[in-house]
Design a protein around this ligand. Sequence first.
Ligand code: CP
Length: 310
Amino acid sequence: MKHLLATDGLDPALATAVLDTADELKHTLLGREVKKLPTLRGRTVITLFYENSTRTRVSFEIAGKWMSADVVNVSASSSSVNKGESLRDTALTLAAAGADCVIVRHPASGAAQRLAGWLADPGTSVVNAGDGTHEHPTQALLDAATLRERLGSLKDRRIAIVGDVLHSRVARSNIHLLSALGAEVVLVAPPTLLPYGVESLPVTVSHDLDAELPAVDAVMMLRVQAERMHGGFFPSAREYSIAYGLSERRQKLLPDHAVVLHPGPMLRGMEIASAVADSPASAITEQVRNGVHVRMAVLYHLLASEGAAA
Ligand code: CP
């Protein structure tokens, strides 16, 4: 694997190999006081974030450090981007400085793909850590890892993705990955928060959360992305919460084995009730924990495995 830019088109066998590696790494490190593997000694990983992040940036940094890579964090707000430097010049500068891998988050859909084109000559790997409303592939991989742990195989599992699908790169990456791994995906959202062309995606669509919950194996609540709603938010926050929030009453509609996911950051009380987010059915903390192992596995497949240069 040379880059990880999207789950759309990602070979399911490669995705499964990454998930298996993450699982192995998790079990290797389990209970160890010193979490350090020599695998990426001498390799340099740079995170380049043009948007805020807690989970993704921190877990990539920990993942790189646990594998002995040198990890450098660049945030646009404290770099020469603030003086007007372009994304291309910034990327070429990081590659010239010695980056083996650049992990990029950017508000523009397609930014990671452009970066991979510009860095083809120095041969630097690129990971998409979220580009606009397009994709967030490592989030989908960590969600799949968490669902595999809780449910076993994803084949024929029914997974509801609920809420602001329109603006969600997490939803898009999960739709492609979960369906490639054999799951059945149902999008539950108001018509105003579904993307144009939704009928071409491998999903079914519903506007009735109460009707869907009794028949799902997992429910993935989405963050409402107010920062991308320049024309205002319709339905209102109150209407949204009433129709699409995962309340304690709604949680009772789920089968006993069903898993509750949220990529974070959560708007407690609006997208999901605190009692649900903190309940035994919730795998939200496990998602974060698995994010480190999945990102270690991604770095391994990019920089250390036999197929790394392919
Ligand atoms: N899920 C996710 O991408 O979280 P951050 O924005 O905190 O990285």
